[in-house]
Design a protein around this ligand. Structure first.
Ligand code: AMP
Length: 614
């Protein structure tokens, strides 16, 4: 294994002294919590279906609170475009989701069949998610900014029997495809207003006819509950299967990684079209019985500061892109907003550069806690914790119940296996492929209809995540890059994230992507693509200045040798830079699956702005 580059020790550790904390964190003694943890014990925090007959995510999220003396507590508070709010109590949500389950029953949609949504963040979406689970059917969200082709692909692969959407989205994206979707028997419009489109149904009308108190179908912990599509680097998207037992992990990680406490006002900015928006925008907080803020609008700095202040948000879960957008808007935008209620800020989904962690302290009064997971893990695996010192740039440590490791790779970048067991990287600060020991409840149970693809994810007793990381001597994990994005230059293994983070520290740089390009001597050299902040002009002088700046920070072996300016880096709609596409475009290679690209070459009509976050 090639030696890893030095961990980002340049940024001072953010120390925590919990004696001054307003609320005592749920996890204070990390080592003791890890040593004493068992998933069986974690399951005891849940109720299980009445009569001990099974486990259902929707019951844990809603009905047990409604039945347990918290019926009138606010479950969801919707903020509409004009800033007005309306709330649903746990009792309201229990009834709405019962009615939705009743609608599915009346349509003959049964256990295991897939119900899709293509909706904005409106009450109908939440009724659909929870009602589908109550009917023992499987919920699959689609991001409403998807174009027709990715929608068609997912509905077809998932064999969706029903779809909940709006009139406008139906007309624009579904109606033209309808004939090519033989499984799609029912389309339910949330805004049909008594006049559904031909071939669709009026959901409100059907909900009005359904009973508000129907029984929840009995589901077992291993029954399929959710299907989340994730893009592959090659081939079609993969449908990751999650089961009802995932709620055990959502609840436990909500305690540990998000530090949820009774009475919290919680805001997750992720759209429920993506896994974060379901696992941590709906299930984890509701399972804890806390109030969830739902903003129907897209990201806007002033609006977001206003929401944080006016709603007295205590726990905020967001994404690096959003934080960088806030940072770009200027710290003065936060001034004048009373953010004193904010207790804990966390971020996920892409590398969080250290300067954002520190900026959080200045602008929000709280540092940002990075955590790591992916669609396949279903829930947070590695995290910075409320009571734990933060090393800016690190993703934190594995949560109790999660066994993480770094697997060594061979010359072809394949995990090394000896005698059936993966060979682990044990020395500090060495790069390996991040792997997890199977057995946590929210682990995906398959890729729908792709048994082989699923099996290939497990090597030598470990689930291989596809990410490269380092672990320091104290057990903190540091993200290096996706396995296939790594750059090897003169024998050095270089993580693009480290290069990009460093470039991002230059005052002219708004966004950066780094890839390896072939070089006859070094094998590869680093090439950077730079988006400039407003007010900066691309020039030869600036190019040389930024390269020099990076060289100073990274050393000549690691710094980019080449640098181009660009006006739009290819990103997924959730803001991740698609280095694979940068590479393909640079080298004139096929671009592969571009269905989740925010600015793809073909026009799949993103109708929400980049602020629509995963
Ligand atoms: P997804 O399955 O779309 O949620 O993407 C998961 C991938 O996002 C991971 O495999 C990582 O490559 C990346 N990712 C998620 N969280 C982080 C993080 N905290 N730091 C760096 N990369 C992350």
């Amino acid at each position: 294994m090639t030696a890893g580059i030095e961990s980002g020790t340049r940024w001072p550790v953010i120390r925590k002294d919990i004696t001054g904390f307003r609320v005592r964190p749920n996890l204070v003694d990390y080592e003791a919590a890890c040593a004493g943890f068992s998933w069986d014990e974690a399951r005891r925090a849940l109720s299980g279906l009445p009569g001990g007959a099974g486990l259902n995510i929707a019951y844990e999220a809603v009905d047990r609170h409604a039945a347990g003396g918290n019926a009138s507590r606010t479950a969801l508070r919707f903020i509409q475009a004009d800033g007005s709010t309306h709330s649903l109590s746990f009792a309201d949500l229990a009834q709405l989701s019962n009615r939705f389950a009743g609608v599915l029953r009346s349509l003959g949609i049964v256990r295991g069949e897939r119900v899709f949504s293509l909706l904005g963040r409106t009450p109908g979406l939440y009724a659909a998610i929870l009602g589908t689970l109550k009917n023992a059917s499987v919920f699959c969200p689609l991001f409403s900014a998807f174009g027709p082709e990715p929608i068609r692909q997912r509905l077809e692969l998932g064999e969706g029997r029903a779809l909940v959407t709006t009139r406008a989205l139906y007309r624009k994206k579904i109606a033209p495809l309808r004939a090519s979707l033989p499984h799609l028997d029912h389309v339910l419009l949330t805004d049909a207003d008594g006049n559904p489109e031909p071939g669709t149904l009026d959901l409100e009308l059907l909900m009005g006819q359904a009973a508000p108190d129907g029984a929840i179908a009995v589901t077992l912990p291993e029954d399929m509950a959710l299907l989340h599509f994730t893009s592959g680097t090659t081939g079609t998207p993969k449908g990751a299967i999650h089961v009802h037992d995932a709620v055990t992990a959502h609840y436990a990680t909500g305690s540990y990684a998000l530090d949820l406490h009774p009475g919290d006002i919680y805001w997750c900015t992720a759209d429920p079209g993506w896994v974060t928006g379901i696992s941590y925008g709906v299930i984890a907080p509701l399972a804890h019985g806390v109030t969830v803020i739902v903003d129907e609008e897209e990201m806007d700095a002033d609006r977001w500061y206003r929401i944080l202040a006016e709603q007295r948000v205590t726990v905020w879960y967001t994404a690096p892109t959003a934080l960088r957008m806030l940072m770009k808007a200027g710290a003065d935008r936060a001034a004048g907003h009373d953010l004193s209620a904010l207790r804990f800020v966390a971020s996920v989904g892409e590398p969080l550069n250290p300067e954002v962690v520190v900026w959080g302290q200045e602008a929000l009064g709280r540092p940002v806690h990075d955590n790591w997971w992916q669609t396949e893990t279903g829930g947070i695996m590695i995290s910075n914790l409320a009571a734990m010192d933060i090393r800016p740039g690190s993703m934190g440590r594995p949560l109790p119940g999660v066994r993480a490791a770094l697997v060594a790779r061979d010359e072809q970048d394949k995990p090394i296996v000896r005698d059936g067991e993966a060979v682990l990287v044990t020395d500090p600060d060495q790069v390996g492929e991040l792997a997890l020991r199977p057995g946590w409840p929210s682990m995906f149970r398959g890729y729908l209809n792709e048994e082989d693809r699923y099996r290939r994810c497990f090597v030598g007793g470990w689930y291989i995540t596809g990410d490269l990381a380092k672990r320091d001597a104290d057990g903190y994990y540091w993200f290096v890059g996706r396995g296939d994005d790594m750059i090897k230059s003169s024998g050095h293994l270089i993580g693009p994230f480290e290069v990009e983070s460093s470039l991002m520290e230059h005052q002219a740089v708004a966004g950066a992507g780094a890839i390896g390009v072939p070089d006859p001597v070094a094998g590869q050299v680093v090439k950077a693509f730079i988006e400039l902040r407003p007010g900066w002009e691309a020039s030869e002088d600036l190019r040389m200045e930024i390269i020099g700046f990076a060289r100073k920070r990274l050393g000549t072996a690691v710094a980019p040798r080449l640098l181009d300016f660009t006006t739009a880096l290819p990103r997924t709609r959730s803001g991740k830079i698609l280095r694979r596409l940068l590479r393909a475009r640079e080298l004139g290679l096929p671009e592969g699956d571009t269905s989740t690209v925010e600015n793809p070459p073909e026009p799949p009509t993103p109708e929400t702005p980049p602020g629509a976050l995963a």
